[in-house]
Write a protein of this length. Structure first.
Length: 147
C-alpha cells in the first residue's frame, strides 16, 4: 500500500477505455523507446548551467585565532574547576584544540605568503594554447606502430 492508497500492482493494471491508448504509470522504469517524450527530470539537464560561484574572501587567520582562543579559555576554566577523574579527557580535548589551531594558523599564514599563480595576459602573448615549435619529433607513445 502506498500513501495514495493504491499498491504498485494495482497501478500497473490498466483498463482500456475505448480507443484511448494505455498509459504506463511507471514510464521511467524498465523500457525506453525512441518515440517517447523526454521525462521531466531530463528537461532539467538540458537547461543552461549556472555560472560557477567564486570563493568568498575571508580572513582565515582571524577565524582560526578566535577558535584557538576559545579552546584556551575552556582549558583555563577546566584547570581552575578541576573536573572529576572520569572527565580528565576534557582537558586533553582542549589541548588538542589549541594544537590544531596553532597548526591551522601556521598553515594559513604559510599559504598566504606564497605568491598567487600568475594570470596569463593577452597583451603579453603568453598563455596561448599553441606549444613551441620543435625540430625533433615527439617520442612514440605506448602502442604506436612505427611506419
Amino acid at each position: 500500500m502506498t500513501l495514495s492508497g493504491i499498491s504498485r500492482g494495482d497501478a500497473l493494471k490498466t483498463v482500456p477505455r475505448g480507443d484511448a491508448p494505455e498509459i504506463d504509470p511507471w514510464p521511467h522504469q524498465g523500457r525506453s523507446t525512441a518515440g517517447e517524450a523526454a521525462s521531466p527530470t531530463l528537461e532539467r539537464v538540458n537547461q543552461p548551467r549556472l555560472p560557477d560561484l567564486q570563493p568568498l574572501k575571508t580572513n582565515d587567520s582571524v577565524t582560526i585565532g578566535v577558535g584557538t582562543g576559545l579552546w584556551a579559555v575552556a582549558l583555563v576554566v577546566l584547570l581552575i574547576a578541576r573536573p572529576a577523574p572520569e572527565h580528565q579527557w576534557w582537558i586533553w580535548t582542549c589541548v588538542s584544540g589549541i594544537c590544531g589551531g596553532l597548526f591551522g594558523l601556521w598553515f594559513v599564514r604559510r599559504r598566504d605568503r606564497r605568491d598567487p599563480p600568475p594570470t596569463p595576459r593577452a597583451s603579453d602573448g603568453q598563455g596561448t594554447a599553441t606549444p613551441p615549435a620543435s625540430s625533433t619529433p615527439p617520442p612514440p607513445r605506448h602502442g604506436d606502430v612505427a611506419r
